[in-house]
Design a protein. Structure first.
Ligand code: MG
Length: 158
C-alpha cells in the first residue's frame, strides 16, 4: 500500500540574517520569524509525512504555545514525525518540495538542501527533490515579507 501526504508552511521575514532553511543556515539579510527556527521547508516536510500517515500535524505534535517548543530544532521535529510514521509501518519512497522565496536565489543551495534533508530522514539522496520559485515580485513572497514551502511525500507500508 502507498500513501501520499502534502505539507505547506509560511513564515514572515524580518530584517537581519541568517536564513534557516532545510536545516541549513544561509547567509542572507532577512530571517524567518517564528518558533523552532521558523524553518518553512522542514516544517512542510514534517506535515507532509504526518499527513501521509494520517498522524495529525506539526501543531498537534509541537504546540507553539508550549515554551519547550520555542527553540526546538526543526530537524528534531522532523525526526519525531519520521519516527511516528516508521512506528506506524511506513517508509519513505520519495519527496518533492518547492520553496517560494523572492531572495536569496536558491539554485546554489539546492544540492546541499537535498543532501541535508536526505541525511535527516536517512533516505537516499535520489529520494529528495527541492525546487525553488520566486514570487515574481508580487504578493507577500515577492515583496519579501514572507517565505513559504510546499512538500508532497509518498510512503509505502512495510
Ligand atoms: Mg512553521
Amino acid at each position: 500500500m502507498q500513501r501520499v501526504g502534502i505539507g505547506h508552511d509560511i513564515h514572515r521575514l524580518g530584517a537581519g540574517g541568517p536564513l534557516v532553511l532545510g536545516g541549513l543556515t544561509i547567509e542572507h539579510d532577512r530571517h524567518a520569524i517564528g518558533h523552532s527556527h521558523a524553518d518553512v521547508l522542514l516544517h512542510a516536510i514534517t506535515d507532509a509525512l504526518l499527513g501521509a500517515a494520517a498522524l495529525g500535524d506539526i501543531g498537534e505534535l509541537f504546540p507553539d504555545d508550549d515554551p519547550r517548543n520555542r527553540g526546538r530544532a526543526s530537524s528534531e521535529m522532523l525526526q519525531a514525525a519520521l519516527a511516528a510514521t516508521s512506528a506506524a509501518g511506513y517508509q519513505i519512497i520519495n519527496l518533492d518540495c518547492i520553496v517560494f522565496a523572492q531572495r536569496p536565489k536558491l539554485s546554489p543551495y539546492k544540492a546541499a538542501l537535498c543532501d541535508r534533508i536526505a541525511g535527516i530522514l536517512g533516505v537516499d539522496r535520489s529520494a529528495v527533490s527541492v525546487k525553488a520559485k520566486t514570487g515574481e515580485s508580487v504578493g507577500p513572497i515577492g515583496r519579501e515579507e514572507a517565505i513559504s514551502a510546499q512538500c508532497v511525500v509518498l510512503l509505502h507500508a512495510s
